[in-house]
Design a protein around this ligand. Structure first.
Ligand code: TYD
Length: 212
């Protein structure tokens, strides 16, 4: 019998540790015998990775908010067509490091483009696909910026265009995540991102296990 497909997304501020947690969850699900596809936005597909480079390159200071939003959705549309939709059709579990909620909070709210514009594009790119469960790894804006800066300093990488936004921008993103989670409590689980890695993983497993 084909197993039930499941679409889980990880959301949170930069440096929240969601990438590590997604990897741990993938391992746990595979140990349970499930087929898992891991993807990330911006990125995922080959084309998505090219778009990611444009979006995060600190040299691209002139990139406007509308073009930025469209590029995030271009990346997402490609990810859906190439990877996510076929995997779900095969009964796999798809884990995505960020999805439309990120665009709602960063572009809709942080950039002030509004939820309406974001959801209009979501209807085109995602055609009704909504995550079954969204894990919001919760850290505040100050912790997020401190972690992002520490990471950027140690890795000296150039994917810093979004991290370089002001503290006020990141505070808006934080508030927007909480507003979203409050509006859709059945879909969101908020997990304390300041806890130890194992404790966070255990919380996540408690939320996911009933679905698998
Ligand atoms: P990511 O590589 O996931 O960085 P991190 O590991 O720090 O979370 O995401 C890169 C940046 O892109 C991050 O600052 C959030 C931003 N972003 C948006 O602004 N809109 C979006 O739709 C997505 C998917 C990401």
């Amino acid at each position: 019998m084909q197993k039930r497909s499941l679409f889980l997304t990880f959301e949170g501020m930069d440096g929240s540790g969601k990438t590590t947690q997604m990897r741990l969850l993938a391992e746990r699900l595979r140990a349970r015998g499930r087929d898992v596809l891991e993807t990330a936005e911006p990125g995922g597909t080959r084309i998505g990775i090219e778009i990611r480079r444009i979006l995060l390159d600190a040299a691209n200071q002139e990139l406007g908010p509308t073009a930025e939003m469209l590029l995030y959705f271009a990346c997402r549309a490609q990810n859906l067509d190439e990877w996510i939709t076929p995997a779900l059709a095969e009964g796999k579990i798809v884990l995505s490091d960020r999805f439309t909620d990120s665009t709602l909070v960063y572009q809709g709210c942080g950039r002030g483009l509004g939820a309406e514009a974001v959801m209009t594009l979501d209807r085109i790119a995602c055609r009704g696909l909504v995550p079954d469960l969204t894990l919001l790894i919760d850290i505040d804006a100050e912790t997020s910026l401190a972690r992002a800066h520490a990471r950027n300093a140690s890795q000296r990488h150039s994917e810093t265009r979004m991290d370089e936004q002001s503290l006020a921008f990141h505070r808006q993103v934080y508030a927007a995540y909480h507003a979203l989670a409050a509006r859709e409590p059945h879909r969101f689980r908020i997990v304390d991102g300041r806890a130890a890695i194992d404790a966070i993983a255990a919380e996540i497993w408690k939320a996911v296990e009933p679905y698998v």
